[in-house]
Design a protein around this ligand. Structure first.
Ligand SMILES: [Zn+2]
Ligand SMILES: [Zn+2]
Length: 204
């Protein structure tokens, strides 16, 4: 009978059960990339609050429709997104092992860091024995790719355009600190830059 990795179908060494070591390490690395103050999840959260627009006075005439570029980070960062998906897996693993139901403490970032740490502790067991480890592996890989796509990941933030009242299009990213319009000379700080896009139809 063939004994191959359930994730990548490579032949397994005698010391490996169900999952090869490179796949196990890749899943652990994908989890780690999500966690921590410099991780993808923290960058997602930061991208939801560009500048200090929340709490500031509304700009007259501007509409408050959400920016399309911020929808991806929102659905991933909110409860029900990355944190909940990973917590659901940890609950499943605890049930399989006969452990107590895990507890969650703190805000979503703290819960993300906790659940990543606990999943990583259990990865050697899950890779060798959990019946759905290949599903876990692909789901964690998808989460990482989605977070990278939403934040720009390692490749730098995704670029998009906003329209200066002079008619010029300014290429910016969700991490742009500000921008100078080369056409009319206007200087925008970060907050003003994001107001430009919300005020797309405002007359110049
Ligand atoms: Zn493999
Ligand atoms: Zn301009």
């Amino acid at each position: 009978m063939d004994v191959v990795c359930t994730v990548c179908s490579a032949a397994l060494y005698d010391t490996e059960e169900q999952t090869c070591r490179p796949c196990t390490e890749r899943v652990a690395a994908n989890l780690l990339a999500l966690a921590g103050p410099d991780g993808l999840y923290a960058r997602l959260s930061a991208s939801l609050h560009p500048g200090s627009r929340t709490g500031g006075p509304a700009v007259s005439g501007s509409r408050t429709a959400p920016l399309p570029v911020r929808l991806d980070p929102l659905s991933l960062a909110a409860r029900g997104g990355v944190v909940t998906i990973l917590q659901t897996w940890l609950v499943d693993w605890h049930e399989t092992l006969g452990y107590r139901h895990p507890r969650w403490d703190g805000d979503l970032q703290q819960q993300l860091d906790q659940v990543v740490g606990r999943l990583r502790n259990l990865i050697p067991w899950a890779a060798a024995e959990h019946g759905a480890f290949s599903e876990f592996a692909s789901e964690v890989g998808q989460l990482r790719r989605q977070c990278e796509a939403a934040t720009g990941g390692e490749r730098g933030p995704r670029r998009f355009g906003v329209t200066c009242p002079c008619g010029a299009t300014l290429k910016i990213t969700i991490e742009s600190p500000g921008k100078h319009c080369g056409a009319c000379g206007a200087q925008y700080d970060r907050r003003a830059l994001f107001d430009l896009q919300l005020a797309e139809r405002r007359a110049a």
